[in-house]
Design a protein around this ligand. Structure first.
Ligand code: ZN
Ligand code: ZN
Length: 365
């Protein structure tokens, strides 16, 4: 682990030179965890060619030394992390250029760079996604963590579906599922669990509600597990009772769209061409208008990260990324079907990490 983190830091130092920076201030939590292993919520990481320093507060004194060891210098601040930062920057001359991840600095923090007597001494330059770009390709340890999180999610789903009956509310099902995820050892819910039944399954990002599941309802569950900081993200749609021919027909289109995309997606193709594999199939079946979101997204330390698999995604997919494949069809009033898997784009082709049937399950109501 230590070696991988050092190699990552070395690549950030190369990026300093490429971007004509004297230092990079990293404030995004996932980026800090990626570079140092620190999982706390309050930290600033300053990377320079000479060394790196992680500034955190008193609450994390023990945790930071456990997680980071002597990989980088650690500074525990009693008052404000920013005071620690100004002190660390003290040895830089006034014209020094400090980069910062523009996606992670609030406007208030940026004002502080410009206004604080200390912060105003240096030149601040917003940077795009230097660390995020490094995170896009996963190493074998990261893929193993995501695979483990995917296994937790699919086992929790099997366990949950055995308990689902009509009459339970969506919130009750979410509770059963989240308990099952915790029982599997999931460290957190990477995003708010979606449980949507009947007509509510037509809302792609429905929150679980107090609606009671009715006999023969569609039931859509979208959820994830977290292991070692890495996320999984799974969706399955089932019927609580018997599926009508109409439901079966729509389900089959989504299932085939998922399977075509999951087996054909490759590193080297653009995110747009990956998206088109599923979208063209759904459109040819007459449901193009009802697939209103993109095909998928990268997953890792965050549940939504680079790359994007979408109509507008011109960037090529890199080898060793892990992405979701999640086509869906949503018909207002009627309901929706989505089937989402996590897929590792290995050099030898796609590997599905979420091992769970694509057959339409009809639960006993
Ligand atoms: Zn999802
Ligand atoms: Zn997703």
């Amino acid at each position: 682990m230590t070696d991988r983190r050092s190699a990552r830091a070395a690549r950030v130092v190369e990026a300093l030179t490429e971007n004509h920076l004297d230092a990079l201030l990293v404030t995004g939590r996932a980026n800090i965890r990626y570079l140092t292993g620190f999982s706390g919520s309050s930290a600033l990481l300053l990377v320079t060619a000479r060394d790196s320093v992680l500034i955190t507060d008193f609450r994390y004194q023990t945790q930071v030394s456990d997680e980071v060891g002597d990989l980088v210098r650690i500074r525990v601040e009693a008052t404000s992390l920013w005071d620690g930062l100004w002190a660390e920057l003290g040895h830089f001359h006034g014209r020094a250029v400090i980069g910062f991840g523009s996606a992670h600095v609030t406007h208030r923090e940026f004002q502080r760079f410009l206004d604080d007597a200390a912060g105003a001494r240096w030149q601040w330059r917003p940077q795009g996604d230097i660390v995020e770009a490094l995170r896009e390709s996963k190493d074998v340890d990261e893929v193993a963590l995501i695979r483990h999180a995917a296994g937790m999610a699919t086992r929790a789903l099997s366990n949950t579906l055995q308990q689902v009956r009509s009459g339970l509310t969506e919130l009750e099902v979410a509770g059963i599922l989240e308990k099952a995820l915790r029982d599997e050892g999931s460290e957190a819910h990477p995003f708010e669990t979606i449980v949507a039944s009947g007509p509510r399954s037509a809302l792609p990002h429905a929150r679980a509600s107090g609606r009671a599941i009715e006999r023969n309802d569609l039931l859509l569950l979208d959820f994830g597990a977290e292991h070692g900081g890495y996320c999984s993200d799974v969706t399955r749609t089932v019927v609580v009772g018997h599926a009508s021919d109409d439901v079966r027909a729509v389900y089959d289109i989504v299932r085939v769209a998922n399977e075509r995309a999951s087996s054909a997606v490759r590193a080297g193709m653009t995110g747009a061409s990956a998206d088109a594999i599923a979208r063209d199939y759904i459109s040819a079946a007459g449901y193009g208008e009802d697939f209103g979101h993109s095909l998928g997204h990268g997953i890792g330390l965050e549940v939504h990260e680079a790359p994007r698999l979408a109509r507008t995604a011109a960037a090529k997919l890199l080898a060793d990324t892990v992405v979701t494949i999640e086509p869906g069809i949503y018909r207002p009033e009627w309901g929706g079907v989505r089937i989402e898997d996590d897929v590792y784009l290995s050099a030898d082709g796609p590997r599905i990490l979420t091992d769970f049937t694509h057959e339409l399950l009809e639960l006993s109501a």
